[in-house]
Design a binder for this molecule. Structure first.
Ligand code: MTE
Length: 334
């Protein structure tokens, strides 16, 4: 017998029936044009974004094709609003382009993203070098509206467009020796103001990693778009990881290498300050950063004089991942 248990982060009935949320989403979509009142949620215009405050930008042909068949998420998590596009694209961490929050929007355009090759290697039956298009093509695009909680205690709600990492990993067939997945960002000093400046503790390239079961979890996605359009450069174009129950730094941007490995990989922030940033880095309001509390977060946009402070939730509210950590001391493995 198949018993369908909805994941605990999914909208509960009392949340989804909130008419105001439903109507505001409808209005958002309708405001973007191209959504007739009779069209059921979700809808989008062929030209690109469904979000009223978003410039669709240039959409590659393969992306447009996928967009017309994409699965859209009708609701935000809980009753939370989607962060305005302007905030999501002008308050960024992408140290390759500088350490100020506005630097990625200012400088990331300098990064060439075409052509873009991703090497898949290590403990896989089908290693290879793939273009983003070839990586994404066999998979349907899905919208996933996720909370993004940065270790610095700010957060946003972002509508990503992507596909489950698990689907890609199944395609390349990990061997029985594969226990972890490591990821690497492109390194091109000529195109990266932050790398060129030398004003950073990071030993480039930026690297991240997951346990294989975390990588295979259905919530883990590779994003190629957000807000119904392609990823802006500053958000990790053309391909980034999104792991919504972990601090944002695990969600590595502009990926050029995915390696299946047998040992726990080196990761950038853990290498810099292991007592502050662990390999796991699951969002956890009970384990403070040595220099600040993790009990609350500033949900952006947030005014200086009336900050929008919300309590942080275990696993960022994605309780369905708890089973991945049964028996693991999350204070020790932070
Ligand atoms: N990936 C790379 N390559 N370089 C970075 O500096 N910053 C991380 C993560 N991915 C980072 C990165 C951090 S600290 C966060 S919080 C998120 O990206 C921010 O993603 P956003 O700018 O799209 O909100």
């Amino acid at each position: 017998m198949l018993i369908h248990t909805p994941p605990s982060s999914a909208c509960r009935e009392h949340e989804v029936t909130s008419e105001t949320v439903y109507l505001s989403r409808r209005r958002l979509l309708a405001a973007a044009g191209g959504l007739a009142a009779s069209v059921s949620l979700p809808g989008h215009s062929q030209a690109g974004s469904t979000y009223s405050d978003v410039e669709p930008g240039q959409l590659p042909a393969w992306f447009s094709e996928k967009l017309s068949a994409a699965r859209w998420q009708a609701m935000t998590p809980g009753n939370e609003s989607v962060t305005p596009f302007k905030d999501a694209t002008h308050y960024n961490n992408f140290y390759e382009f500088g350490t100020n929050k506005g630097d990625p929007a200012r400088y990331a355009e300098e990064m060439r993203i075409e052509p873009w090759a991703v090497r898949i290697e290590g403990e896989v039956a089908r290693p290879g070098i793939y273009s983003v298009e070839d990586l994404a093509k066999p998979h349907g695009l899905e919208e996933r509206i996720y909370r993004l909680r940065c270790v610095e205690a700010w957060s946003m709600v972002i509508p990503w467009l992507g596909f489950p990492l698990a689907d890609l990993l199944r395609r390349v067939e990990p061997t029985s020796k594969a226990k972890y997945v490591s990821f690497e960002t492109r390194l091109a000093p000529d195109e990266m103001a932050g790398v060129r400046s030398g004003f950073s503790l990071i030993d480039w390239p930026y690297v991240e990693g997951l346990r294989l079961d975390e990588a295979m979890h259905p919530l883990t996605i590779l994003a190629v778009g957000m807000y119904g359009r392609v990823l802006p450069h500053q958000n990790g174009a053309p391909l980034r990881l999104v792991v919504p129950w972990k601090y944002g730094f695990k969600s590595i941007k502009s990926i050029v290498r995915i390696s299946l490995v047998s040992e726990q990989p080196r990761t950038t922030w853990e290498s810099i300050a292991p007592e502050e940033y662990g390999f796991y880095s699951n969002v956890n309001p009970e384990v403070d950063h040595p220099r600040w509390s993790q009990a609350h977060e500033r949900r952006l946009p947030s005014g200086l004089f009336s900050p929008n402070i919300v309590p942080t939730r275990m696993f960022n509210g994605y309780d369905e991942v708890a089973g991945l950590y049964t028996g693991l001391d999350l204070r020790k493995y932070y």
